[in-house]
Design a protein around this ligand. Sequence first.
Ligand code: BG6
Ligand code: MG
Length: 219
Amino acid sequence: ALKACLFDLDGVIVDTAIYHFKAWRRLANELGFDFTEHQNEQLKGVSRMESLELILQWGGVTLSDEEKQQWAARKNEWYLAYVNQMTPQEVLPGVRDFLDSLRKAGIGIALGSASKNARLILERIDMLDAFDAIIDGTHTTKSKPDPEVFLLGAQALHQNPADCVVFEDAVAGIEAAHRGGMKAVGVGSPEVLTEADVVITAFTETSLTKLSDELLGWQ
Ligand code: BG6
Ligand code: MG
């Protein structure tokens, strides 16, 4: 039965995915190359340092560990410049209503994000109180597609993975949910999120009842 919902942050609760893309692209451009939105899909859900490694590979650029730390710090500064402009209006359509309906139904709500900036973002959009548990990049040692972040979330909510549903916009996040023994709802494009149990393009097009009916259908 559906007991808990675990939410990715970037690209699910708010569209920070575009800010990450812009900041990484600036880094690539300053290093003399570029990458596409299609390549960017591979960065979603992936930690800061692992994202940097991928991008450097794409550009064929080799850096020392110290230089990598410096570029990652620079990227984060550019990213935070966007984050600091964020307002509660940026919460994606339907998200607040959906979380309210979960709360009313007594379903556990956790955040499962790879970001070390998650708390700052939740503060900016006034959603720190919306979650019963917040697991982010400061708690994890392994990145998605490893299920660690979601297993920690289920544990914090005292629920079995089989009773949990993960909401994710990243291919790596869908895989993490499944590896953790959880259902996965893709948020985004069905062409990209082919492994998801079900894909929604926005929370406005779903409801708890609709989802649990579909979930029951999956059992
Ligand atoms: C994930 C994003 O949520 O967090 C990735 O999808 C990002 O794009 C990762 O790299 C780490 O985020 P941060 O804020 O710690 O650099
Ligand atoms: Mg995401």
